[in-house]
Design a protein around this ligand. Structure first.
Ligand SMILES: Cc1cc2nc3c(=O)[nH]c(=O)nc-3n(C[C@H](O)[C@H](O)[C@H](O)COP(=O)(O)OP(=O)(O)OC[C@H]3O[C@@H](n4cnc5c(N)ncnc54)[C@H](O)[C@@H]3O)c2cc1C
Ligand SMILES: *[C@@H]1O[C@H](CO)[C@@H](O)[C@H](O)[C@H]1NC(C)=O
Ligand SMILES: *[C@@H]1O[C@H](CO)[C@@H](O)[C@H](O)[C@H]1NC(C)=O
Ligand SMILES: *[C@@H]1O[C@H](CO)[C@@H](O)[C@H](O)[C@H]1NC(C)=O
Length: 588
């Protein structure tokens, strides 16, 4: 009864719009904290670990024989020594397990070492302006403990829930080209790491790596393969304030503006809505602490939401996907964007209301957020897999500043060919563009770059294609292959990591340190060996593999021919191979 569809469609959409509106106006206070990603069938043994989205890119289940929870460095050393003696495979796991790729999974049903209880701030030294924390401390704790004595971490990811060990190991960052840049690991001046040792050393060894030690350049971004980072010391700055204004413009000159904007504003970033041909510039600069204002960032996307609303939004999106309803997605996308704008993205001038821009406030109240972590009853983080909510892929690549203009223009050419295609990004708040500086870390950023963070619908069924599948696959391949972009180690689908290690000039130095620290590869797994170029198999050849980014299609069966999706060349980047929907009558 196809004639009934439009009616139902309008009905669902109206309800969703109404509810999204309510949602953004009311601040919801009830929710439940994210669950422990580790589940064991008996106490601390026979376990599985998930990421915070509930699925790895290949949807495999990760088993671990056991999990241990050291509460101090001494206990940590004992755990590593025991496992080394028995030649057991190990992996560090964190409180929330936020990385998308299968980084936290120990090989061969091995041992998980959780940093849950390594969560103390050890020293805050006002005179040297440094802080020393255990590696399981969350970003939020570090920010708060530094602020208590008037100190600030200048640059950080935007989300409170990451741990120091986890965010360093994956090269996480905020947005800046100033000073040492936005990567947290570039502000480390010392760390302690526990590695396997030989029998004489008691099977474990603590290494203290300070500034100037080349091994520190390996340990700053280590993918967890060198051992367990126990403690980290950061150089901080005296507390300062920032002044933030969001300015929306047409994206017609974005290619020329983007490379310059980050040099002009210390904390600037850009949210790009390519489907709406708009860009939101975050004009964000340091101002003296004497400047009046007590602004607060409680970013709308990291707030708790009632599960009922999450399900409604998801159901609408699934419904639109199943009916190829591009117009519906464009309408909902625009609505989402305008509601976020009218809610000032969750920023307030004083912690209570938004009055006007600029938002002026202390660094510790503006640099990151995540109120959905504090939760009690019904609501939860939007991606919580215990409820029906957001479920998405992320393609996150850093593209060198000199290539940014061409990348942006290629995406714009795709929009010109398929104007509705990138509406699918608007429900996930567009493309977040952040500045990242070249790093001395061996697996850190290789040149000054913009990191493009692209989030999009993922079907619960891995064999079902997405609306405008081809356009996003082409953008992924343009970013990763045509412009040689570096994938964020903690995000992305398998294809983004194809040949990745060749993009790092000092990869051989990293591998040398790895062999010295962990000669038996106890902290390595199939996945880390694959991304480090030590074994093949990053892409998986099977039916429908391109739909989930497990392969680049080379045959139709990698797409979904029965559903009308065939492997074709890209529309702008002819070397791309993407799953294109071919409507009957359009067969070439
Ligand atoms: C909502 C959300 C917002 C995000 N925002 C940003 C952002 O603004 N900027 C950004 O760059 N990224 C961001 N990310 C991605 C994030 O940076 C990475 O996924 C990050 O690595 C996750 O940290 P984690 O503490 O959850 O570590 P996990 O994902 O649990 O671990 C990551 C890796 O580090 C290893 N590891 C962890 N601790 C240690 C240790 N002590 N010693 C040795 N190895 C260790 C683990 O074994 C694993 O290999 C975001 C992710 C989410 C879910
Ligand atoms: C481990 O857990 C699985 C599923 O939870 C169960 O089937 C199996 O019997 C358990 N094995 C042991 C040794 O406890
Ligand atoms: C550390 O984590 C434990 C376990 O979750 C918790 O009980 C304790 O309060 C935390 N300590 C700090 C300083 O946050
Ligand atoms: C590689 O490391 C060496 C020191 O080990 C350093 O001098 C050099 O600058 C590094 N190269 C890059 C490209 O980072």
């Amino acid at each position: 009864m196809p004639h009934l569809l439009p009616k139902k469609h309008i009905h669902t959409q109206n309800i969703t719009h109404y509810i999204i509106l309510l949602l953004l106006i009311i601040t919801i206070v009830t929710s439940s904290t994210p669950e422990d990603p580790i589940k064991c069938s008996s106490k601390n043994s026979n376990c599985t670990i998930k990421n915070s989205y509930g699925e790895f890119p290949d949807r495999s289940i990760c088993h671990a024989m056991e999990v241990s929870y050291p509460k101090s460095e001494e206990e940590l050393i004992a755990v590593v020594a025991d496992a080394t003696k028995m030649r057991r495979k190990m992996k560090v796991a964190t409180r929330f397990s936020h990385s998308m790729p299968k980084l936290a999974c120990p090989q061969d049903n091995g041992l998980l070492i959780s940093t849950n209880y390594l969560n103390r701030t050890l020293i805050v030294d006002e005179s040297s302006m440094t802080i020393t924390v255990e590696s399981g401390v969350t970003l939020r704790q570090l920010i708060n403990d530094a602020a208590k004595v008037g100190l600030a971490l200048p640059y950080a990811p935007y989300w409170w829930g990451l741990t120091i060990g986890g965010l360093m190991s994956t090269g996480a960052h905020g947005s800046s080209l100033w000073g040492l840049g936005s990567s947290v690991h570039d502000h480390v001046i010392q760390l302690r790491i526990v590695t396997p040792g030989d029998a004489k050393e008691g099977f474990a060894k603590v290494r203290t790596l300070g500034n100037g030690n080349p091994e520190l350049e390996a340990a700053k971004v280590s993918l967890g393969v060198l051992g367990v980072i126990s403690q980290v010391t950061f150089k901080l700055q005296p507390m300062f304030k920032r002044s933030i204004t969001f300015l929306e413009k047409s994206d017609s000159d974005l290619g020329r503006e983007a490379p310059k904007f980050g040099l002009e504003h210390e904390f600037g970033d850009i949210t790009w809505y390519p489907g709406q041909q708009k860009a939101l510039y975050r004009i964000d600069d340091r101002v003296p602490v004497s400047t009046p204002g007590n602004g607060l960032n409680d970013f709308s996307g990291f707030r708790s939401r009632p599960s009922l609303i999450l399900a409604l939004i998801r159901n609408t999106e699934e419904d639109q996907e199943s009916r190829n309803d591009a117009d519906g997605k464009c309408i909902d996308g625009k609505l989402t964007t305008s509601l976020l704008k009218s809610a000032s993205y969750g920023y307030t001038n004083n912690g209570i209301v938004f009055i006007n821009y600029p938002i002026i406030g202390y660094q510790n109240r503006l640099q990151a957020s995540g109120s959905c972590l504090d939760s009690t009853k019904d609501g939860t983080c939007p991606w919580d897999y215990r409820v029906k909510g957001q479920f998405f892929h992320q393609t996150t690549v850093s593209i060198g500043l000199s290539k940014v203009m061409n990348f942006i223009e290629d995406v714009q050419k795709l929009v010109a060919i398929e104007p509705k295609a990138l509406c699918v990004l608007d429900l996930y708040n567009g493309v977040l563009m952040r500045y990242v500086k070249a790093s001395s870390a061996y697996l850190g950023n290789q040149e000054d770059a913009i990191d493009f963070d692209i989030t999009y619908f993922r079907n619960k069924d891995p064999l079902v294609p997405r609306l405008y599948e081809d356009i996003l696959e082409e953008i992924e391949q343009i970013g990763v292959f045509k412009y040689g972009g570096l994938p964020h180690w903690g995000k992305n689908r398998n294809v983004a990591f194809e040949g990745v290690i060749k993009k790092y000039k000092n990869a051989s130095n990293f591998l040398r340190v790895k062999d010295a620290y962990d000669p038996m590869g106890l902290f390595s797994s199939e996945w880390t060996d694959q991304i480090l170029g030590l074994r093949g198999g990053i892409t998986i050849d099977k039916e429908g593999c391109a739909l989930e980014g497990l392969c680049i299609c080379s045959k139709d069966i990698h797409c979904a021919p029965i559903k009308g999706y065939f492997c074709r060349e890209g529309k702008v980047y002819k070397d791309a191979r993407v799953c294109t929907r071919i409507v009957k009558g359009e067969f070439a």
